[in-house]
Ligand binder design. Sequence first.
Ligand code: PGA
Length: 243
Amino acid sequence: MKVLVEKNYDEMSKKASEFIAKEVKNNPNTILGLATGSTPIGTYKELIRMHKEENLDFSNIKTFNLDEYVGLDGNHPNSYRYFMDEELFNHINIKKENTNVPDGKTEDLLGFCKDYDNRINEAGGVDLQILGIGSNGHIAFNEPAEELPSNTSIAKLTEETINANARFFDSIDEVPKVAISMGIGSILKAKKIILLANGKGKAEAIKKLLSSDKVSTRLPASFLHLHPDVTIIVDEDAYSLMK
Ligand code: PGA
């Protein structure tokens, strides 16, 4: 596991976007695994800038997102499909049909989950996965628990995550309690992974992740220790408990 400590959020975002841009330039057919949340917004902004100012080309890029709230359709402003369209896809030359976000309104949740992993595999697998981390150590909606799913499945959000995500909704009651989420095994199949974290709120999770190589379902991000090519990009605040 490689760790890059950047001065602040902007520098973290810049480093992450350079990482992604390098992949995209090396292989114009790259399959990107994408994350939502506040962490990657700066990275996506920088990718948009590179597209507009430096002609970074996404015309043959495919993407698969980690997760989506069950019950929200893609037009709902809090859905992850809407987020991706607004924060990235609408501003670059990616083909919409090449972008995949789980369907929160599917009538066959279990079938959808199974099919999502198949679709990723059939596309050739994710080349570069971008991850955030929850303050409780979750990745995607894989919350600390006694057991973790390997494949894409239906995830129940913990109280902590519902509280953390309430800031995006008018009231906490509107936060969906269930999501479709790629599993730990699905995530670990990516050829390369970068995990981003900024701010003091992530310092405890980053400390737990980096101060031991043990794997625990109580810290879902710790499964990244099993992967041969992971780069953690953090700002100084997120790294502050390591000093
Ligand atoms: P955040 O969420 O980027 O909004 O902090 C990250 C996560 O929960 O994985």
